[in-house]
Design a protein around this ligand. Structure first.
Ligand code: KG4
Ligand code: ZN
Length: 360
């Protein structure tokens, strides 16, 4: 089954063709970063306009690179939430029009489910139940994932942890902006932090009083802001930051604090609920230190650990095509009345039980 995926939930216009939910035939991503970098963050109105300008060429290129055309597409999958409503509407409406014109079945996909499925694009044989950490610019969620089929063909999700304030990627982006780095801050801080010493400036993990598996990242962001003000630091670009050891140590300490919180919570949940696998996805999953620290922690507890290649961790349409394929294969279809849902939630809070059913 050949599925065309379309993703426009935020600031990437993306289209991809995926065969049988595994083989990526094309994966085209047009990033609007140059448009938004001038403003230090995403401007929703500009994002919608850019999507409108780019959706047709991006989809055309994805079909061309896959060596196919609309007539040979067996299904269409498009993100319908969560995200920016104006951005979502562009990809969703375009997908519906293509489905109508071609007669191909189509399905709306949850962007967060797409991130989880990005792991399955390159890793066959993932065992369930799994713990899935989705860390992006808009979300930091820890899901318990159960399979009713033994593989990724049909999954059920329960939310066991989430951020109480900023998402991890949002903290990276805000710290990046504060220190004068271009948007998005995540990849730049990843590069700079690798040059610093994380032991010089330590940021303690946010205390969350109850037994929850929640995260919090606004405290560490504010702590960096305090250092910035108290020490009279000035914004510096990436090149100048490289030559400033104090700046590199500050960034390394910040990154270490974020990574430590993500790994510790995930491993606490793994200790409590005993998954067979840990899945890491979302834009921040591209972070080298996070991948390394999570891999080490998972190895120490003997849990299998999976993550996608960096190009598949940040927003892309291959992951949407992949998640859509498995839904289409089990007969699910969306109607033309499916609307964009900016606040779509993949799962309600639900801790796992020993029997593999959700506790009520
Ligand atoms: O998944 P994604 O592309 O979009 C959302 O769904 O939000 O995630 C984007 C986020 C941004 O906050 C960006 O700074 C962060 O992922 N990011 C990174 C890295 N690459 C992207 N954060 C840390 N290290 C990276 N290497
Ligand atoms: Zn995303």
């Amino acid at each position: 089954m050949r599925v065309l995926g379309i993703e426009t939930s935020c600031d990437e216009t993306a289209a991809a063709v995926v065969e049988d939910g595994r083989r990526v035939l094309s994966n085209v991503i047009y990033s609007q970063v140059d448009t938004h970098t001038l403003y230090g963050g995403i401007v929703p109105e500009l994002a919608s306009r850019e999507h409108i300008r780019k959706i047709e060429p991006v989809v055309g290129q994805a079909l061309d690179e896959a060596g196919t055309d609309l007539e040979h597409i067996d299904g269409i999958a498009a993100t319908y939430g969560p995200g920016l409503v104006g951005s979502l509407l562009v990809g969703l409406t375009y997908a519906k029009a293509l489905a109508y014109a071609s007669g191909a079945p189509w399905i709306g996909v949850d962007h967060i489910e797409g991130h989880i499925y990005s792991v399955f694009l390159e890793n066959a044989g993932v065992e369930f139940p799994a713990l899935a950490l989705v860390v992006s610019g808009g979300h930091t969620n820890l899901f318990w994932v159960e399979s009713t089929t033994g593989d990724c063909a049909r999954l059920e999700y329960g939310l066991i942890g989430k951020t109480r304030d900023d998402a991890a990627g949002e903290a990276y982006d805000k710290v990046g902006k504060l220190l004068g780095l271009p948007y998005p801050g995540g990849p730049v801080i990843d590069r700079l932090a690798a040059l610093g010493d994380p032991g010089v400036r330590r940021f303690p993990m946010a205390k969350i009083s109850d037994q929850s598996m929640d995260f919090s990242f606004s405290g560490i962001k504010t702590a960096v802001l305090r250092v910035f003000k108290e020490e009279g630091l000035k914004p510096l670009d990436e090149e100048a930051s490289r030559r400033d050891p104090d700046r590199l140590n500050l960034l390394a300490g910040f990154q270490e604090g974020v990574v430590r919180a993500l790994v510790r919570r995930t491993m606490e949940a793994a200790g409590r609920f005993r998954p067979r696998s840990i899945l890491l996805s979302g834009g921040v999953a591209a972070n080298r230190r996070l991948r390394e620290a999570m891999a080490q922690a998972a190895a120490e507890t003997d849990v299998a650990f999976y993550y996608p290649r960096p190009i598949l961790t940040t927003d892309n349409a291959a992951m949407i095509a992949c998640a859509g394929t498995f839904r289409l294969m089990r007969g699910e279809r969306s109607g033309y009345d499916l609307d964009a849902e900016p606040g779509l939630k993949l799962a309600a809070p639900a801790p796992p039980s020993k029997k593999g059913r959700w506790k009520q």
